[in-house]
Ligand binder design. Structure first.
Ligand code: PMP
Length: 296
């Protein structure tokens, strides 16, 4: 996948620069130790023009991630959002995935930095996990322990855990991995939150050991708006196996149904599931379409 070409611009510390001319510091602490924080947003080509979905919430989470990692965050989010719209325009992107990254400079010590940089890049990207129903496995790799790491922060180094879990799942013929927390409950996928449907109710693990997904919160809001029961509860592997249907949520993956977990294939047709209604509503929401589905 090519993320940029010779004309692509990125935003770097208050300037727009060519992506292929923006160098990185080989002595950077972020490069060596994964000490950085990032975000993932999506801009949609709506009938109101290009609109970034939940831009404030994402940049606010970036600020909080930096705070949790003790990385200086010296930028004003309103300005960053304006600059992101300018970046999309400059790269002629109407719909895009957007990646802000805060990273520190030269520092080989294991001490927090008093200086940080920000870069924002954008590129065209379809749904991260594709559009077909997923086959996922229960990973033997656990989610990072909430007591050893601020798991609510979108910290670069944490994604080694995700890379290992997803690669392992794919090596075994699955699309994505579901990770357990330290108590053995199902926490989430490598970079998505999980929801299951059981007896016409929707369940998702509570925030304690999971990443506070903005799409997760949007799904919860959609359920409330559409009148579906939504329950935050610790889920066992058995709960996942015996669900009627299940789906993942994330900015990159959007809402995507699961057809199989390990050896278990869900019997309910995805198209008839509550998840499919939520998926349609989510699409309408991000595209700012008015014709919301009426549930009978
Ligand atoms: N979990 C992890 C570990 C993530 O990195 C992400 C974001 N890619 C999510 C869940 C989903 O979060 P959001 O809905 O805010 O994109």
């Amino acid at each position: 996948m090519q993320y940029y070409n010779q004309n692509t611009l990125v935003y770097l510390n208050d300037e727009f620069v060519k992506a292929n001319q923006a160098g990185v510091d080989l002595f950077g602490q972020s490069l060596h130790y994964g000490y950085g924080a990032f975000e993932g947003l999506r801009a949609y080509n709506t009938h109101n023009g290009t609109r970034i979905f939940k831009a404030e919430a994402h940049f606010e989470r970036l600020r909080k991630s930096c705070e949790a990692l003790r990385l200086p965050y010296t930028w004003d989010n309103r300005t960053l959002i304006e600059k992101t719209y300018e970046l999309l325009e400059a790269n002629n992107l109407r719909a895009a995935y957007i990646r802000p990254l805060v990273f520190s400079g030269s520092n080989m010590h294991l001490t927090s930095s008093d200086q940080a940089n920000i870069m924002i890049a954008a590129w065209e990207w379809g749904p991260y996990l594709g559009q077909n129903l997923l086959r996922v496995n229960i990973s033997s790799i656990e989610r990072p322990n909430a007591k050893s790491f601020p798991i609510e922060a979108k910290a670069s180094g944490q994604y080694i855990n995700s890379i290992l879990a997803t690669s392992d799942a794919q090596r075994h013929g699955f699309d994505e991995a579901l990770l357990l927390d330290q108590e053995g409950f199902v926490a989430q996928a490598s970079s998505e939150n999980i929801f299951i449907e059981k007896d016409f109710k929707i369940f998702t693990p509570p925030l304690e050991n999971v990443f506070p997904g903005i799409t997760r919160q949007t799904v919860i809001n959609i359920c409330k708006e559409l009148g579906f029961d939504i329950i935050e509860k610790k889920l066992t592997v058995q709960d996942i196996y015996t669900a009627d249907s299940a789906f993942l949520s994330g900015t990159a993956a959007e809402i995507i149904g699961i057809k199989q977990v390990d050896h278990v294939t869900y019997k309910e047709e995805w198209e008839h599931s509550i998840g499919a209604s939520i998926q349609r509503k989510y699409k309408n929401l991000v595209l700012e379409q008015e014709n919301y589905e009426v549930i009978i």
